[in-house]
Design a protein around this ligand. Structure first.
Ligand code: LLP
Length: 415
């Protein structure tokens, strides 16, 4: 991401992060408009060999300003709830540019999507197909649908974010997928458009994607032999980035491998990246409240900051690593710290064993938190959720007001 130091102060796209903290307080998520744009162009540029659509996975960061930004860059969208569909509509995005996935779509969500003119509903079970058919018949609509295949491919990622193994709840195995496509093809209230899969998240090698694509291509051919034409193959998201020492997915070789497989097949490729587009564009600004140096040999030095697991749950939930940078210069000695939050759980940590020159009041940036950061935040311990700020054209813009505790209590004052 575009971080650099000016006069010892960490700046994002030329804007001093200490000034962002002074103006909007901490904790605060801060994003780079330019970084999102660069990532989008890098990905689109790598895929020019094939007809494709980049469907940004809204769940990674659903702030309306980010959706609007990606919309203007030409993205389509991947959504997984009626709430995310509502966000697109509020952002002025045409629902026909969205693919709706998810294993548990309710009747209300299906009706909402059909009435809004959704681009495609990605079906994840036969029971869902039956529900979609009955709702579209009732509403006198023709539902644009695809089937999500579970290709049983190992993405070599954290078990919580692996989704393409047969024991995972997502998608259906090939024989069921064939049956569902045949059924949808015959139905007068469904139009079968595509086949999809999503094998997991934070995947840093090309091979699992190629393996999954092979399964989709084989299924497409089986269907074509039965007279069922498929217009798109959706390879899902999962493109991995670099949080620590790992290599990020090589986009050029990913794009080349995928393009080689699809050449001559006259089919559109859809992909659903979330993390790749926004993770590195964002950081979480937090201030040290207290230093609690070790008093025993087996006790860590604790730096207690004003952000916590309710603001960023990735370290607690997936043992995820995020880089930490001091925003300002420091005269303190460099010491090994565990960066922890105020929440009453020992799992409430943001980073462990980091060598930093901290003092009380130091401002810190927790890096690469633009994806699955704010969106996974909660009000645990009755903590109001943080502000979100966009850095754009050398300026800072508030894109989400910090919650107040009265915002939270409002929903419980039932008379
Ligand atoms: N498409 C589908 C159907 C998905 O389920 C997901 C992510 C994506 C696309 C986007 O995946 P991405 O390109 O962002 O890897 N909270 C976890 C990640 C959960 C991902 C869930 N599905 C984390 O913080 O790492």
């Amino acid at each position: 991401m575009s971080l650099q130091r000016t006069d010892g102060i960490l700046c994002l796209d030329g804007v001093r992060l200490d000034q962002v903290a002074d103006r909007f307080g901490t904790p605060a998520y801060v994003y780079s408009w330019n970084d999102i744009e660069t990532r989008y162009h890098d990905l689109a540029g790598a895929l020019t060999q094939i007809r494709h659509r980049i469907c940004y996975s809204v769940k990674a960061n659903s702030n309306l300003s980010i959706l609007d930004h990606l919309d203007k860059l030409g993205a389509s969208f991947d959504i997984v709830s009626g709430g995310e569909l509502e966000r697109l509509i509020v952002a002025g995005i045409d629902p026909s540019r969205a693919i709706f996935s998810g294993v548990g779509k309710s009747v209300e969500e299906i009706d909402f999507a059909l009435k809004a003119g959704i681009g495609c509903i990605n079906m994840e079970s036969t029971a869902e197909l039956e529900r979609i058919e009955s709702r579209s018949t009732l509403l006198s609509k023709v539902a644009p649908v695809s089937v999500r295949l579970n290709p049983d491919v190992d993405a070599n990622t954290h078990p919580y974010i692996s989704t393409g193994l047969k024991q995972n709840k997502f998608g259906v195995a090939e024989p069921e997928a064939v049956e569902m496509c045949r059924y949808a093809h015959k139905s007068t209230s469904m139009n079968i458009l595509g086949l999809g899969c999503h094998i997991g998240s934070q995947i840093n090698q090309t091979e699992p994607f190629v393996e999954a694509l092979d399964h989709l291509i084989r299924l497409k051919q089986t269907l074509s032999e039965q007279g069922i034409k498929i217009e798109h193959l959706d390879l899902g998201g999962g493109l991995g980035i670099r949080y620590a020492q790992e290599e990020e997915l090589d986009i050029a070789s990913y794009a080349e491998a995928v393009s080689n497989k699809l050449r001559g097949l006259n089919i559109e490729l859809l992909i659903e990246p979330g993390r790749y587009l926004v993770a590195e564009s964002g950081l979480l600004l937090t201030r040290v409240e207290y230093l609690k140096p070790s008093r025993a040999p087996d006790q860590p030095n604790y730096a207690i900051v004003d952000a916590a697991m309710n603001d960023l749950i990735r370290p607690a939930l997936y043992q995820a690593y995020h880089g930490v940078s001091l925003v300002g210069p420091s005269n303190a000695d460099t010491v090994r710290w565990d960066i922890v939050g105020p929440v009453c759980e020992s799992g409430d940590f943001l980073a462990l064993e980091r060598d930093l020159a901290l003092s009380e009041d130091s401002l810190l940036a927790i890096l690469s938190t633009g994806a699955y950061g704010f969106v996974q935040s909660s009000n645990y311990n009755t903590r109001a959720r943080s502000a979100e700020v966009m850095i754009q054209n050398n300026d800072m813009r508030l894109i989400r007001v910090r919650e107040s505790v009265s915002d939270l209590l409002h929903h419980e004052r039932i008379v």
